[in-house]
Design a binder for this molecule. Structure first.
Ligand SMILES: NC(=O)c1ccc[n+]([C@@H]2O[C@H](COP(=O)([O-])OP(=O)(O)OC[C@H]3O[C@@H](n4cnc5c(N)ncnc54)[C@H](OP(=O)(O)O)[C@@H]3O)[C@@H](O)[C@H]2O)c1
Length: 347
């Protein structure tokens, strides 16, 4: 609930003075604080913060407040904590998919075109064509998650000719995922707060993809050449992919994780790579971040590690900032907010 006086706003690590300047100009009558957590706030705007920091802040809040996060995924444990509070949560979904999809295409092509081996040979000044150069266009790619990331990845890899399967949380055809004009209509589902809509999909046409519902994990995984994880970390996705699930993939399959580390068992992955069943893992996220120096993943052949930076582009920053400005505008005017997180389902 808005205070009678100036709105009290906590900005978590504004990233740069640019973000602070934008927030200040979008909300000129607000008292914006960038440190401390004393008192009741109307809004907390998170550009960057550890989940524990947000949870501690939430504990100190008594009234109703709005939390916006630049990230599109809040960990399941923070969501569980927020369920006990009178808080409206909005996230950054819809702003990261384009960059992450390019990252996925880059690492997958690098793997199939054997770029690391070619660069090794170049450094040695040796003319050595690598064995096993392959084509993405011949592969069956399964994407867990069909939101902004999943749809953006599907668009790029389908463009290379790959056959796409997707796994969603809701059964195909339910939860507002009606097909319209051959594509998926935006997911403007019933509001969980009067007049406020849940966040929508990226609007990519997945009509040609085989869409699996949440109870079809094993059928979805069966025979995949490439598995891409692009779903939020929730009660249901935590530890979703372990040894039994990896066994269902095609021999020599590639595993890509751009969602959250705890969705995939790293021990099971290491075992599957060492056994030869999984030929490569292209990982942007990890069970523990930063990845510890002792992790076996660093030294396994055909593991490509990126330090949780798949979405880091100037354009992503701009989209995140635009979304934040738009939601501040909507909040001040009491208009429907974008990207409301459904705390019950966890994203
Ligand atoms: N590496 C990075 O840099 C980076 C950047 C951005 C995001 N992320 C991570 O990626 C996640 C997804 O981002 P997004 O923007 O695509 O989110 P989103 O637009 O909210 O989409 C989430 C998708 O995941 C699906 N899903 C949820 N639970 C599932 C389950 N149990 N089984 C299968 N699918 C499930 C949802 O299904 P429905 O369609 O049925 O609801 C939806 O299609 C984020 O939560 C975040 O953790 C990582």
């Amino acid at each position: 609930m808005l205070s009678l006086g100036p709105a009290q706003v906590r900005l978590f690590r504004g990233g740069s003075t640019t973000v602070q300047r934008h927030v200040t100009s979008a909300w000129p009558d607000a008292e914006i604080r960038v440190t401390g957590r004393g008192g009741d706030f109307d809004a907390a705007l998170v550009w960057d913060a550890e989940p524990d920091e947000i949870a501690t802040f939430a504990e100190s809040q008594a009234g109703r407040w709005w939390l916006h996060t630049r990230s599109s995924g809040l960990p399941d444990r923070l969501i569980a904590e927020l369920r006990g509070h009178d808080v409206l949560v909005t996230n950054g979904a819809g702003t990261h998919g384009a960059a992450v999809a390019e990252h996925v295409a880059a690492v997958l092509l690098a793997h199939y075109k054997r770029l690391p081996a070619m660069l090794d040979a170049q450094r040695e000044r040796v003319w050595r064509p690598p064995a096993g150069i392959d084509e993405v266009g011949q592969k069956v790619v399964g994407i867990v998650g069909a939101g902004d990331l999943g749809q953006s990845i599907a668009k790029v890899l389908a463009g290379l000719g790959a056959t796409i399967r997707a796994l969603r949380n809701s059964s195909p055809g339910s939860l507002g995922c009606t097909r319209a004009g051959g594509g998926w209509a935006p997911q403007v589902t019933a509001a969980n707060n009067a007049g406020w809509q849940l966040h929508g999909s990226a609007g990519y046409n997945l009509a040609k993809a085989r869409i699996h519902g949440p109870d079809e994990l094993h059928a979805f995984l069966s025979g995949l050449d490439v598995l891409v994880l692009a779903a939020p970390l929730t009660d249901r996705t935590r530890s979703m992919i372990g040894g039994a699930e990896l066994t269902l993939l095609a021999a020599g399959a590639v595993v890509i994780n751009v969602s959250r580390g705890p969705i995939l068992s790293e021990d099971a992955l290491v075992h599957a790579i060492e056994s030869g069943h999984i030929s490569a893992a292209l990982l942007d996220v990890f069970e523990t971040e930063p990845l510890t120096p002792s992790s076996r993943l660093w030294s396994l052949p055909n593991v490509m590690i990126s330090p949780h930076c798949a979405d880091v582009t100037f354009q992503t920053e701009q989209r995140c900032l635009n979304l934040l400005m738009d939601n501040i505008h909507r909040f001040r005017l009491g208009r429907p907010m974008r990207n409301i997180v459904d705390l019950a389902r966890g994203y």
